[in-house]
Design a binder for this molecule. Sequence first.
Ligand SMILES: Cc1cc2nc3c(=O)[nH]c(=O)nc-3n(C[C@H](O)[C@H](O)[C@H](O)COP(=O)(O)OP(=O)(O)OC[C@H]3O[C@@H](n4cnc5c(N)ncnc54)[C@H](O)[C@@H]3O)c2cc1C
Length: 484
Amino acid sequence: MLMTGRDYVDSIRDGRQVWIDGEPVKDVTKHPAFKPMVDVRARVYDMAHQDEHRDVMVQPADDGEDCSVSWTPPRSKEDLHAKWRWVDAVMEDIGGVVYRLGDETIGAVWSLLDGKDVLHDVDPRFTANIERHIDHAHRGDLFTVSGNTDPKGDRSRPPQEQDPDMLLHAVKETDAGIVVRGAKYETAAAYAHQAFVKPTIANWGDAKMSDYALGFMCPMGAPGLKHICRSSLATGKNPRDYPSTSKFDEIDTLLVFDDVLIPWEDVFFYQHTQAAGFIRSMLHRYSALPFVIRVLHIADLLIGAAKFNAEQTGLDKQPAVREKLAQLGAWREGIRAHVLASIELAEASAGGLMMPHQSMIYAGRIHACSGLPNMMHLARELTGGQICITPDSETFEGVETKPWMDKYYTVNDRWDAEDRRKLLAFARDLVNSDHAGHRLTFALFAQSPPFAHLNAEYMTFDFDGPKRAVKKAADLSDKVMGNR
Ligand SMILES: Cc1cc2nc3c(=O)[nH]c(=O)nc-3n(C[C@H](O)[C@H](O)[C@H](O)COP(=O)(O)OP(=O)(O)OC[C@H]3O[C@@H](n4cnc5c(N)ncnc54)[C@H](O)[C@@H]3O)c2cc1C
């Protein structure tokens, strides 16, 4: 059933325990730190009910029931294109970029379907839970987030030799399920419905069984769950001076599992390190696509701000400025090319889904994320030093200061002082604010750190083609083609 924005808001008023700035939050839907993003998420739910957006937002399930495009497991290239259109429509409607809306985390749950046979061989008790949960999120229109990262503590010591809760683990089994302790970092958890929680560990050593090897779905209002949130970046910021920060600050949470009961029917794997390691290796096979599309939208904002500023000041006539704008454009087109190619070369998965071409989308993720800091800096350079020295909106309105602001910020017939102020404020928020830095860090880490991005490419790139080329060109013998 497709939720409305109202349904969504009501559904997260479930008595969840949330704190921010050391204070308990009575209602996340009303608290100023969360309300802007709750409103954005509610707006996205409402879009599915509006005639002008319906085609892009809604996709009938097999039995004809209306479901969100975002939670529909992809079975064709067209389904992957539909996901791209969904992101484009949402970003255009909200007038900015938001990463965590669930469409770029639900893919980790679909990847369980591709691992179903392996998980079944390891421990058949939980296999049925996979399809049921995929269906539940799909039909229930559930905003699903992702919990991978534990505080971890001292990495040189196993968790048993320090506070064992540094990594999430099972502490007890009951007839009803397993009781878990530990903590995870999760963006948007405080205003989401549920999270797919799984281990951060990639290397289990020789251990075949571990209480730390567990993956499950957990509702965000589960008893014992404590959302301890970072401070809002928007507090004390005037929306006229910080247009993105004030609307799109996606609050991150330290989600403490203080003896939380996970019913057996919500468990995907338990104790078997082989299952945990296997799932970890395929976590982003679907979710990398909408994540990289987000960076494409960030690229557009960087380019738009830089180009407007260059046009405003007449600097776009300078060949050297054009070259820099072209560099931004080439980076952006590189991201688009990877996204497009990954869909056009899409691969059928073991679970019968259609996944973006793996090596191509992972290469796109590396291109997008590793290029972002440089491109952000180039946009900062092109928008000029005035973005960080321009007075705030109140100065532009002050009786005594306004005439000076009008005089020095009116550039020509097309750009009056107010539009120039707005562009400079937007650009400052995009590249220089706390929120800009936070988003840059998000792109660096949210789908695991750069070394893991490179490892994903290494594991999916087909090295045989280049090896064959060198074998032929260097006239090597057949025996060199094995892999050791
Ligand atoms: C804004 C933001 C939002 C986030 N949201 C979520 C979320 O929603 N859900 C979630 O699960 N997590 C989330 N994370 C956490 C994120 O996944 C982790 O920050 C990331 O996986 C890195 O873990 P860490 O911070 O513990 O860094 P560490 O593990 O301490 O690593 C720090 C650095 O050490 C190096 N390093 C560590 N291990 C290795 C290795 N094996 N090989 C090579 N180099 C290594 C790398 O340079 C790495 O970047 C978020 C993070 C940020 C910043």
